[in-house]
Design a protein around this ligand. Structure first.
Ligand SMILES: [Zn+2]
Length: 484
């Protein structure tokens, strides 16, 4: 509409100019190169206009002939690049959707159309991985290492491949290289830290943990824990007593309430000939409410050659700051029974049984069985307690939070799956008891427990406990009924 108006306007101006010229007639004549031209001004003007128009058209044509092929090439290149990027995008979408064949097809198209190896290599590697062709993926990742802009990505791809294959030595090498190349990359620091911890590279792991904490890949608490546990593990393995003691002390400063720290600190102190100091570490910890079977066995191990009676007396000292605690009572009962001191043992166990009236622990039940048999030779009562032990929840143990394996002693790494810091003191699995009894009724579990315990020692003279009145064997287990 506007162009029509514009055209009409131009036409009107032209007509007006023509009329203006026609109204003022004039004559032009000139001689040139032997030619003589006589004409009116109007015709001359019209001829001039025509010439200008012709020149413009010729100029246009000339431009098309000269620049045409280059522009055509440019446009074609543009179209192909667009197609290439479209293929790249569709390939990425196919990777995300898990369509391996489509991803491979698009990767091929993109590779043919684009001159950008970084992008097409990445797509090709991902497509290869998606279709399970790890060898081809490895080839692409390795090719990516050649170019500075893709080297880091290639390293990551190779690292993930090594991890998936379980090749931890190769993975550690790649992670170390990646971390060295880009210390700011969080994933590289994290991957390197995990690998170093799993492979027991304690000294370098501490350094990496510090870097990871700075990058906020791990928090401050986790860093402290890694620092403490790696120090502790070094202390455990260090043959030189003075160095081992220093390492254990450093660990204890960072994790003062962690039971394995205390047990290991005591052990290395004893190895350095400082038994009394070691005892004090454990006695103090017990006094802080950290009573634990691992501390008791560390305490016992400090003097391996003492008599049972000496040990019972020494354990009185360990537990004296917290005589009422369940762990203290059970520990005292254990050492007292080993020394044939049935009276104090019964007193301690009955106190625990009264507290655990509703649900006696398996450990209490076993100790009670030993007491009944040892003190009075009451095999029937002992057997009932052993039955009760099989009904009770399993004893706590060091259980791996990663694979569920149970360990007798704490270690920085799970002995089964190698995971770092995965052992926690908690209720163990029932699997071990049920293993032999698969498919059999629960009651049969009892036959896997020693019914006849160690040879009965003569009952101690001053037995403090009341007489055992065994309950009906068919009745549900009730700790109170069993002991009063
Ligand atoms: Zn494990």
């Amino acid at each position: 509409m506007r162009s029509t108006l514009w055209f009409l306007l131009k036409l009107a101006i032209l007509v007006a100019a023509a009329i203006w010229v026609a109204d003022r007639p004039g004559h032009v004549s000139f001689d040139w190169l032997g030619w003589r031209i006589d004409t009116s001004v109007g015709v001359l003007l019209a001829a001039l206009l025509l010439l200008m128009a012709l020149a413009a058209i010729l100029y246009r044509l000339w431009g098309l002939i000269v620049r045409g092929p280059r522009r055509y090439r440019e446009r074609r290149g543009e179209r192909l690049r667009l197609k290439g990027y479209r293929a790249l995008t569709q390939g990425m979408v196919a990777v995300a959707a898990g369509d391996a064949d489509e991803a491979k097809r698009q990767a091929r198209i993109a590779h043919g159309l684009l001159s950008e190896p970084p992008l097409t290599l990445l797509l090709a590697a991902q497509a290869a991985q998606l279709s399970g062709d790890e060898t081809a993926a490895r080839r692409y990742f390795t090719a990516m290492l050649e170019r500075p802009e893709t080297a880091f990505l290639g390293m990551r791809g190779l690292l993930n491949q090594a991890l998936a294959k379980g090749d931890s030595a190769e993975a550690l090498k790649l992670a170390a290289k990646a971390h060295e190349e880009r210390p700011q990359a969080g994933w590289a620091a994290k991957a390197l830290l995990d690998l170093e911890l799993k492979q027991g590279e304690w000294v370098t792991a501490r350094r990496t943990a510090k870097a990871a904490e700075k990058l906020k890949v791990i928090d401050r608490d986790r860093y402290r824990r890694i620092e403490a546990i790696t120090l502790l593990e070094q202390a455990r393995l260090e043959p030189e007593p003075v160095r081992a003691t220093a390492l254990a002390r450093d660990a204890a400063r960072l994790l003062p309430d962690f039971v394995p720290t205390l047990a290991i600190e005591a052990r290395v102190l004893a190895q350095a000939g400082r038994e009394r100091e070691a005892e004090k570490v454990l006695e103090k910890a017990w006094g802080r409410g950290l009573g634990h079977p691992a501390l008791a066995s560390a305490y016992a191990a400090l003097r391996p050659n003492e008599s049972a009676l000496d040990r019972a007396r020494r354990f009185e000292r360990l537990t004296q700051s917290r005589p009422e605690a369940t762990e203290s009572r059970l520990t005292v009962a254990e050492t007292a029974m080993a020394a044939g001191l049935w009276g104090p043992a019964r007193k301690a166990l009955e106190a625990v049984a009264a507290a655990e009236r509703a649900a006696p622990s398996a450990r209490l039940c076993r100790l009670m069985a030993r007491l009944e048999e040892g003190e009075h030779g009451d095999l029937a009562a002992a057997r009932r307690w052993l039955m009760a032990a099989t009904e009770a929840p399993p004893d706590p143990a060091w259980v791996c939070g990663h694979c569920g394996a149970t360990a007798a002693d704490w270690a920085a790494r799970c002995g089964h799956c190698g995971e770092f810091d995965s052992l926690a003191w908690k209720e163990g699995a029932r699997v071990q008891l049920a293993l032999g009894a698969a498919g059999e009724p629960r009651a049969s579990e009892a036959r896997y427990l020693p019914v006849a315990m160690a040879p009965a020692s003569p009952p101690a003279a001053g037995s403090a406990g009341g007489e055992a009145k065994p309950a009906d064997s068919a009745a549900p287990i009730d700790a109170a009924r069993l002991i009063t």
